[in-house]
Design a protein around this ligand. Structure first.
Ligand code: UD1
Length: 431
């Protein structure tokens, strides 16, 4: 199993290209199940989760082909991938595959919409809380699906196809909104989705579905209206830049100090996180090429944050911001409202010398002038990258174990950081 070795203390200066968003790419790939024609996705990130979903979709009969580079494409340009679900050959998503990646459960809606039936394994437990799928199931029931749970599988049918309806989510859910959009796009009649997630990735999916012929209005607001159409066609769509990757490197730059241009990043996708960074003492500016983050000399100030659905502070940046706060000049409070049990990074950060106390859903972080390198263990995707950020400013060497978590969601992390002067290297098994 690979590890990542980091020697802290280097300032970061240079350019980091931001990849296409993982959390947009996954539902977009799944949307290819809705049409027999080709869906071409551009700016696709090269990630373990994308490769795994390619396998899962392949099991349903989706072919994918990665297009070769074109003249003028830089070394870091995202991939262009053609997805074609000409014939769905299997409407079952087995436990062995779904249990490896929760988002693959989202195949339920398009399979049901196109084939009138689907059998998808429940995703099972997850490291960051119980993460049920009840809202997704209720959403599809509101569209006329009949759903039973049999031996750990969600068995869904809609013999006459799905029909429009009212979906009113009791809590904002990203996966629930993706499911509602994909189910309603080809339902008979109109659907209203209330308390919809406003996350940019939801808007990206809606735009792609619209390019495929869906009639959707209000994406990006809490009420989305969908007018069902009988079929969807092929389209070409470019994946939006990854706001979580952007925020992660922005925090890395603020932590290590320096001057980094996050190329291709869009500040409007993560205003609340960038505001928090500015309050913490970093300078953030939007430029034609992306977002620039600087911190020179100015100490890190303590800032309280609370995670919330978009446009609030994203839960997927909570661990990274906590890493930054471990070096602040004072005490900060970080409250997690989206997921219970999303504080697994706390004990690993403590191994680097951080002082963090948990009180219910709040972490109280007492900033320290110095952290010290140590061996640490990655526990989940975002938690593991928070350890990398902390290690960048720790004295001496940190070895992050179980980096496969990082590979799920960060493309060439060590290469991108190294290009800015960080001392980071991947150590392969036995290395
Ligand atoms: C997506 C993101 C994840 C991010 C999360 C919140 C992807 C691949 N993943 O996850 O990175 O952290 O949004 O921004 O895009 N809930 C229920 N019942 C349900 C569904 C959700 O109780 O049926 C709860 C969850 O446990 C959680 C909250 O609702 O407390 C929000 O979860 P949700 O927005 O659905 O997260 P995901 O879509 O799984």
């Amino acid at each position: 199993m690979d590890r990542i070795r980091i020697v802290g203390g280097a300032r970061l200066a240079g350019v980091i290209p931001i990849s296409g968003a993982k959390n947009a790419a996954l539902p977009l790939m799944i949307a290819s199940l809705l049409t027999p024609e080709t869906l071409t996705l551009e700016n696709m990130p090269r990630l373990a989760d994308v490769r795994l979903l390619n396998r899962i979709l392949g099991n349903h009969g989706v072919d994918h082909a990665v297009e070769g580079k074109r003249p003028g494409d830089g070394p870091h340009v995202g991939e262009r991938v053609h997805y074609s679900a000409r014939r769905i050959v299997d409407t079952t998503a087995p436990y062995e595959l779904v249990s490896k990646m929760r988002a693959s459960f989202w195949v339920l809606a398009p399979l049901l919409a196109r084939m009138g039936q689907a059998r998808v394994s429940l995703p099972g437990g997850c490291a960051i809380g119980t993460r049920p799928v009840d809202f997704l199931i209720t959403a599809l029931e509101s569209l006329g699906a009949r759903i039973d749970i049999e031996s750990g599988y969600v068995v869904a049918s809609a013999r006459e196809g799905l029909r429009g309806g009212l979906i009113d989510f009791p809590k904002v859910t990203v996966g629930g909104t993706h499911t509602a959009l994909m189910g309603a796009a080809m339902a008979r009649g109109d659907t209203t989705i209330r308390n919809a997630a406003c996350e940019p990735e939801v808007v990206d999916l809606a735009h792609c579905l619209m390019a495929m012929g869906a009639k959707i209005s209000g994406a990006g607001t809490p009420t989305i209206e969908v007018q069902g159409v009988t079929s969807l066609h092929g389209a070409r769509h470019s994946v939006l830049p990854d706001r979580i990757e952007t925020g992660t490197y922005a925090m890395a730059a603020a932590m290590a100090g320096g001057d980094v241009l996050l190329q291709g990043a869009r500040a409007d996708l993560l205003r609340s996180a960038l505001d928090a960074l500015e309050r913490a003492g970093a300078q953030v500016s939007s430029e034609a090429e992306g977002v620039r983050v600087r911190r020179d000399g100015c100490p890190i100030r303590p800032v309280d944050v609370r995670t919330d659905p978009f446009p609030g502070f994203p839960t997927d940046l909570q661990a990274q911001f906590m890493a930054l706060m471990t070096r602040a000049e004072g005490v900060s409070r970080i409250t997690e409202t989206i997921f219970e049990n999303r504080f697994m990074h706390v004990q690993e950060l403590a191994r680097l010398g951080a002082r963090i106390r948990l009180e219910g859903d709040t972490a109280i972080v007492e900033g320290r002038p110095q952290l010290k390198g140590a061996p640490v263990m990655a526990t989940d995707l975002r938690a593991s990258v928070s350890l990398v950020i902390a290690a960048l400013a720790a004295e001496g060497e940190t070895m992050v174990h179980r980096v496969y978590h990082l590979d799920r969601g960060f493309e060439r992390l060590e290469e991108k950081l190294r290009a800015c002067g960080a001392q980071v290297e991947r150590v392969s098994e036995g290395g």
